[in-house]
Design a protein around this ligand. Sequence first.
Ligand SMILES: NC(=O)c1ccc[n+]([C@@H]2O[C@H](COP(=O)([O-])OP(=O)(O)OC[C@H]3O[C@@H](n4cnc5c(N)ncnc54)[C@H](OP(=O)(O)O)[C@@H]3O)[C@@H](O)[C@H]2O)c1
Length: 225
Amino acid sequence: MWIFGWKGPSGFSASSTAEEVTQGIDGSAFTAIVTGASSGIGVETTRVLALRGVHVVMAVRNADAGQNVKESILKEIPSAKIDVMELDLSSMASVRKFASQYQSSNLPLNLLINNAGVMATPFMLSQDKIELQFATNHLGHFLLTDLLLETMKRTARETNIEGRIVNVSSEGHRVAYSEGIRFDKINDESGYYTWYAYGQSKLANILHAKELARRLKVRNTVQIP
Ligand SMILES: NC(=O)c1ccc[n+]([C@@H]2O[C@H](COP(=O)([O-])OP(=O)(O)OC[C@H]3O[C@@H](n4cnc5c(N)ncnc54)[C@H](OP(=O)(O)O)[C@@H]3O)[C@@H](O)[C@H]2O)c1
């Protein structure tokens, strides 16, 4: 639980800005993917990473919106290194296409910021016939991470710099269904409640991060904070 203004061991609090926490960091050796970089937290993450010299690949489902964000950041930071690539996390085919294109680009990958999300949507199924919030917020990012993991490990080995995978979750993870994740009822419309389904998907983000951290710490190549 965060308390606004309360500083943790890092010296920062929930009210610290991205510029404050990255002050003095030279990110010019890093390449990052930010999902959902066309609005909200994703835009600010992209802007501040670019400000610190990181090469940012904006992974967005609306390429025009992504291009507009890129141009507005370039006006402020003319030296920014930003690319825009299309990614629809609610479609496994799109996630596979994105990962394949990324691998073909031969770009390194130091930071994967799994930020995109939909919140408290009415019951809908994705193209793959999976409940939309679970499909977008968790499964799309799970698959993306899995497909890009070798690229991250290779980058970490070649540069001797640990990678970072950030799953942007939410306090909403505390408000899931009473069973937590309804593995046997993910796609059931009966009993669907918009906020519980959001909380379920955000809980899955945290469990994914925890298990990845456990597995990757053993290998000591890529860590999750
Ligand atoms: N804002 C908050 O108070 C808050 C609190 C806790 C956690 N969070 C988490 O923070 C993250 C970012 O939230 P935000 O507030 O910045 O929301 P936002 O402004 O609505 O941005 C969400 C981003 O996700 C993208 N997105 C949605 N569905 C997608 C899909 N199928 N494929 C690819 N991209 C998709 C959106 O693209 P379009 O622009 O095309 O719609 C948008 O760029 C989310 O994971 C959210 O759960 C937010």
